[in-house]
Design a protein around this ligand. Structure first.
Ligand code: SF4
Length: 464
């Protein structure tokens, strides 16, 4: 397989033929579940590598892993989702950037530790050779202060600033960090005692390891769902569990690669269009070549066939669907809406056009089959888009000002519909219900015709 298949495909085939994939669904302890999640994370890394590198053979991937490890990175460890880790997380301030936690302890807040003492470079670069404008003042201290600020602002509810009078073998009483003084003021510190009064502290020997809760990983309740996750849950709750809870790896699929390639082509095309470049049909087709994702087709012949199909679709779109007088408002618009106090929903809209009289048209490209018009009128994805458009922080448009259009690329047909306020209210309730069911771990299999296209059919308990 190493001659023709990608590393991801080989790994998947290994997991499948050894029976490991099936075993993943039947872990018996929190430790085993962590192992499964780790392998899935590695698999995800491989998949993103395949999308961004032309050569995703096992040789290239092994080189990449070796190189990452030489650089001190472990592809397994870098992507830890700290926020989902219901434990005490110990991070450097740098790696905490962009994250938030309910409680944050900033430790070591004494002089020479935070801020650290500036270490001079062993071989300094002569200033005349440095091209950038060098900062004035105590650059090191300013940088450390910025870091302190980053650390302190990671706390959502409580921030603990902690310092000790002595560290390690040191006999000298340490002075509280100037950053603490700047933050709390001299008065507060004076009241606390500086150095603080000695209280009872646990020694290392007194620290007691909690018995490992080994049965299941403790899961945080879901506070955010993407529309794709909702759709998966509504199709089959067990499929949702395999994909998003257990994160069972799936091989790259031709359908997913094809859909992404077409979407990406249209996105790039309209980015150019928006800049006023007025790209023509040849430019559109050339874009497909440029962004084409080759993963998942299995062989070159099938891949070529699909690329030609993509070109036919895009040609039809250019001739029938594209209009040079459209006014594009947004492309690949990300949104996040609050459904109730505990639950948010997010997604991405392919394209939003401005229409007359303050109205907008939301456009979603489809590469798959066209459903019946009655189904399109009730389609939840479009209702969610109407909800997003209605949101004050997004477009703030009432449903009657929002035209919802699917563009079916295979047939070159656009089908539009609208929603009313009751539709939005009903969809909102339905989405909140899905969130509640997921939080109560209701993952019953829902068998149906969709099982034929399910990535997990081989390991699904409903089919054993
Ligand atoms: S095979 Fe069918 S029942 Fe099983 S997880 Fe997939 S969709 Fe659900």
């Amino acid at each position: 397989m190493s001659k023709k298949d990608s590393a991801g495909q080989i790994l998947y085939s290994f997991l499948e033929t050894t029976g490991l994939l099936k075993k993943f669904t039947k872990f018996e302890s929190g430790k085993e579940e962590k192992e499964v999640l780790n392998i899935s994370r590695f698999f995800d890394k491989l998949k993103s590598y395949e999308i961004t590198h032309e050569d995703a053979s096992i040789y290239a991937v092994v080189d990449w892993i070796d190189m990452s490890m030489e650089l001190g990175e472990s592809p397994l460890a870098t992507d830890v989702d700290w926020l989902k880790n219901d434990a005490v997380n110990i991070l450097t301030v740098h790696s905490a950037k962009g994250l938030e936690f309910t409680n944050v302890f900033l430790v070591n807040l004494v002089s020479d530790r935070f801020p650290t003492r500036e270490r001079r470079e062993k071989i300094p670069i002569p200033e005349e050779l440095v091209k950038e404008i060098l900062p004035e003042g105590d650059y090191h201290l300013e940088e450390e202060r910025r870091l302190f600020y980053v650390g302190a602002t990671r706390a959502r509810d409580r921030l603990f600033l902690t310092a000790s009078s002595y560290y390690g073998e040191g006999k000298r009483v340490r002075k509280i960090s100037p950053f603490v003084v700047e933050t709390l003021g001299e008065d507060v510190l004076a009241k606390a005692g500086n150095p603080p009064d000695e209280g009872k502290q646990l020694t290392l020997m007194e620290w007691k390891k909690e018995e490992e809760k080994d049965n299941q990983l403790q899961r945080q309740p879901i506070e955010y769902l993407s529309f794709t996750q909702v759709r998966t849950y509504l199709t089959c709750p067990l499929q949702y569990k395999y994909r998003y809870v257990l994160k069972i790896p799936v091989p790259p699929s031709a359908a997913a690669s094809f859909g992404s390639s077409i979407h990406l082509t249209l996105q790039k095309f309209y980015e150019r269009f928006k800049l006023g470049n007025n790209p023509d049909k040849d430019a559109l087709l050339a874009l497909l070549d440029a962004v084409w994702i080759p993963a998942g087709y299995g062989n070159k012949k099938y891949e070529e066939k699909m690329k030609n199909r993509g070109k036919t679709m895009l040609t039809l779109y250019f001739e029938k669907g594209h209009r040079p007088d459209i006014v594009i408002d947004d492309l690949e618009k990300l949104f996040r809406i609050k459904l109730d106090a505990n639950f948010k929903l997010g997604g991405k809209i392919d394209r939003v056009d401005k229409l007359k009289d303050g109205k907008i048209e939301i456009i979603d490209y489809k590469t798959g089959r066209r459903p019946k018009d009655t189904e399109i009128k009730k389609d939840l994805q479009m209702t969610v888009y109407a909800l997003a458009a209605n949101d004050q922080g997004i477009y703030n448009k009432p449903p009657e000002s929002v035209l919802l259009s699917f563009y079916f690329l295979e047939e070159g047909i656009k089908v539009s519909s609208q929603r009313n306020p009751e539709d939005l209210q009903k969809a909102k309730q339905q989405l909140i219900e899905v969130g509640k069911n997921i939080n109560s771990s209701d993952f019953q299999p829902k068998v149906g015709s969709w099982c034929d296209f399910c990535d997990f059919r081989l390991i699904c308990e409903a089919w054993q």
